[in-house]
Write a protein that binds this ligand. Structure first.
Ligand code: GLN
Length: 534
C-alpha cells in the first residue's frame, strides 16, 4: 500500500557541528524501531553540485551510495544507523538546485517569466524534498538542513520548509537543534543563544515544534521551563541531548528523553509498541565491554582530520563489537613514512590498513607501509588506492619491475601496473565522472576473500578512475599474488591477495561504505579476526 509521508525538518542553531546528522539518524532509528519506514535526507547549502570534487579538508569523507552518488558523510551515518541504503535523492545541494532551475530555464520551461529565488528556487527545493515522500514507501522523511540558522546561504531552504508547513500543516514538523553553553566561571547553563536562534527562525516564519538542546550538563526543570517559555514550545518538547561516550548511545538517550513519542504525538501518529532495539543494545554492550584490544595502523594522507576516514573508523567499531574486540586505530601520516622510520612506526601493530586517496602526496609512504606489512606478515587491508599501492609494491619488490607505478602519478611509467580504465580516457570533466557506485564481483572459491564472504557473488561500491592492468595478471599470479575477485562483465580486478601471507587483501572497491551496526562488513570482520590472531 502506498504511504503518505510526514516530513520532519531538522535545523541547527547557535553553532555548527552540533550533530544534526546523529540526532536525525537517532530519531529515525527510534521511529524504525516502532515499525515505521523512515528515510533521511540532507540539504547542503553550498554551490558544488555534490561533495565529490571537495578536498576532505573541506568536508570530511565523500560517501558513495549504491546508485553512485557522491554525497555528504552524514548519509553514511544514516545508513549505519538504519541499515537501509540511501540514494542520490537523499543529498541535495544548492548547486544541484540551481543547475536544475537554470537548465529548465534554457529549455524554455519558464518561458516569458522572470526566474527568481522565490518561487523558482524554493519550488525546486520543495520538489526535491518531496521526491522521497512521493515514492509511497516512507512513513517519515527526515530532512536535515545543513549550516546554521542565520546563514545567508541556507535562507532559500528555510523559506521552502516554511512554505511546506503552510501548505501541509498536519504533515510537517520542525525540530531545532541548539546549544546550551555552560559557563564554568559562574557554573551556569545559558539559554540566551538558543532564544536568539529561535528568534531568528521566527523572523523567517518558522516556529520550531521541538527543541533538542545539546549540553555538557543535565538541564533541570527550571532551565527547561525557561527555554519552553521563551521559545514557545511545550515543556515536553524541550529535549536534552547530553554529550555521549559514543554516537551509538544517542538513540537510547533520545529514547529516554522521549523524542520519538513527542514527535509522534505532534504528528498525530500512533505510538505503536517499541520493541526492536535489542540488536542495537547487544552491539552497544559488546562495543563497551570488549574482551581484548588490538592496535591497527591506518595509513593515509588526511589523518589529522579523522572525518576524512569516517566510514573506515566506524566499520572498525562495527566489526570490533562483533568480535568483542576493541580496535585502537593508530593514525599514521603517509607523507612522513620512509624506509628509515617504517619499522619504528609500524612495529608491534596487529594490522595495517592503507587508505583510499588521490594524487602524489604520501604515495611512497603508503608503498613502504605495504612492504613492511607484506614482509613481516602483518595482516593487511588495502582499500582502493591502498590496493593499488599493494599492486605497485608487489610489482617493484617481488616481480622486480623497478619503475612499476600507477599512471595516475607517473604517466610515462615503463610498467604501468595500475592503468586508466578504458571508459575514463575521454573524460575531461572532474565532477561525477569516476566509476561510481555498486558493481558485481565474482569471488574465487578457496581464497581468503571467499573465506570472509562465504559467497561467490557480491556487490560493492566504487569510486575510482584507475584499475589493475590485466597485462600483468599472469606474472602476478605465478609469483603469489592472485586476483580473487573479478568483475564478471569486464574482467576488472576487484580483489588481490597474497597466498603465502596470513591475511593480505587489497580491494579496488570501498567495503567501508556498506558496514552498518547490524551488518558489520565481512572484510572488516575478517581483517579484525586476522589482527586478533596475529
Ligand atoms: N586515485 C585512485 C583512482 O582513482 C584511487 C581512488 C580511491 O582510492 N578512491 O583509481
Amino acid at each position: 500500500m502506498s504511504k503518505s509521508a510526514k516530513y520532519i525538518f531538522v535545523t541547527g542553531g547557535v553553532a555548527s557541528s552540533l550533530g544534526k546528522g546523529i540526532i536525525s539518524a537517532s530519531l529515525a532509528k527510534l521511529l524504525q524501531a516502532r515499525g515505521y519506514s523512515v528515510t533521511i535526507q540532507k540539504l547542503d547549502p553550498y554551490l558544488n553540485i555534490d561533495p565529490g570534487t571537495l578536498n576532505p579538508y573541506e568536508h570530511g569523507e565523500c560517501y558513495v551510495t549504491e546508485d553512485g552518488a557522491e554525497t555528504d558523510l552524514d548519509l553514511g551515518h544514516y545508513e549505519r544507523f538504519l541499515n537501509i541504503p540511501t540514494s542520490q535523492a537523499n543529498n541535495v545541494t544548492t548547486g544541484r538546485i540551481y543547475q536544475s532551475v537554470i537548465s529548465k530555464e534554457r529549455k524554455g520551461e519558464y518561458l516569458g517569466k522572470t526566474v527568481q529565488v522565490i518561487p523558482h528556487i524554493t519550488n525546486e527545493i520543495k520538489d526535491h524534498i518531496q521526491i522521497l515522500g512521493n515514492k509511497g514507501e516512507y512513513d517519515f522523511v527526515i530532512t536535515e538542513i545543513g549550516g546554521t540558522v542565520g546563514d545567508i546561504e541556507s535562507l532559500p531552504f528555510i523559506e521552502a520548509i516554511r512554505q511546506l508547513k503552510w501548505e501541509q500543516h498536519e504533515e510537517v514538523l520542525f525540530i531545532h537543534l541548539t546549544l546550551i553553553p555552560y559557563l564554568a566561571a559562574s557554573e551556569e547553563l545559558k539559554t540566551k543563544p538558543t532564544q536568539h536562534s529561535v528568534k531568528t527562525l521566527l523572523e523567517y516564519g518558522v516556529q520550531p515544534d521541538i527543541l533538542v538542546c545539546r549540553t555538557e550538563h543535565s538541564l533541570n526543570k527550571d532551565i527547561r521551563t525557561k527555554i519552553a517559555r521563551f521559545c514557545n514550545v511545550e515543556l515536553s518538547s524541550v529535549i536534552e541531548s547530553i554529550d555521549a561516550d559514543t554516537i551509538y548511545d544517542v538513540p537510547l538517550l533520545m529514547q529516554e528523553e522521549k523524542l520519538d513519542e513527542v514527535v509522534l504525538k505532534h504528528l498525530k501518529m500512533p505510538l505503536n509498541s517499541n520493541t526492536d532495539l535489542n540488536k542495537w543494545k547487544e552491539f552497544l554492550h559488546h562495543h563497551k565491554n570488549p574482551k581484548q584490544e588490538v592496535e591497527i595502523g591506518l595509513v593515509g594522507k588526511y589523518v589529522e582530520l579523522k572525518d576524512s576516514y569516517k566510514s573506515i573508523s566506524e566499520a572498525f567499531i562495527h566489526a570490533g563489537a562483533a568480535k568483542e574486540c576493541k580496535v585502537n586505530l593508530k593514525w599514521i601520516a603517509s607523507d612522513d613514512l620512509t624506509a628509515d622510520n617504517i619499522e619504528a612506526e609500524l612495529k608491534g601493530l596487529s594490522g595495517v590498513l592503507v587508505a583510499p586517496g588521490f594524487g602524489t602526496r604520501g604515495i611512497e609512504g603508503k608503498i613502504e607501509a605495504v612492504k613492511y606489512a607484506r614482509e613481516n606478515k602483518i595482516p593487511f587491508l588495502g582499500i582502493c588506492l591502498g590496493m593499488q599501492c599493494a599492486v605497485i609494491e608487489f610489482a617493484r619488490n617481488v616481480l622486480q619491475l623497478e619503475d612499476a607505478h600507477t599512471v595516475e602519478i607517473k604517466r610515462s611509467a615503463l610498467n604501468p601496473v595500475i592503468a586508466m580504465m578504458e571508459e575514463q580516457k575521454n573524460i575531461s570533466d572532474m565532477g561525477g565522472t569516476m566509476r561510481l557506485g555498486a558493481y558485481p564481483c565474482t569471488i574465487k572459491e578457496g581464497t581468503k576473500a571467499f573465506d570472509v564472504y562465504h559467497n561467490t557473488q557480491v556487490s560493492e561500491r566504487h569510486r575510482h578512475r584507475f584499475e589493475f592492468n590485466n597485462k600483468y595478471l599472469k606474472d602476478f599470479e605465478s609469483n603469489g599474488m592472485q586476483a580473487s575477485g573479478i568483475n564478471p562483465e569486464n574482467e576488472l580486478v576487484e580483489i588481490v591477495e597474497i597466498d603465502a601471507h596470513p591475511w593480505f587483501v587489497g580491494v579496488q572497491f570501498h567495503p567501508e561504505y556498506k558496514s552498518t551496526v547490524i551488518n558489520p562488513h565481512p572484510l572488516f570482520l575478517g581483517f579484525v579476526g586476522a589482527a586478533v590472531n596475529h
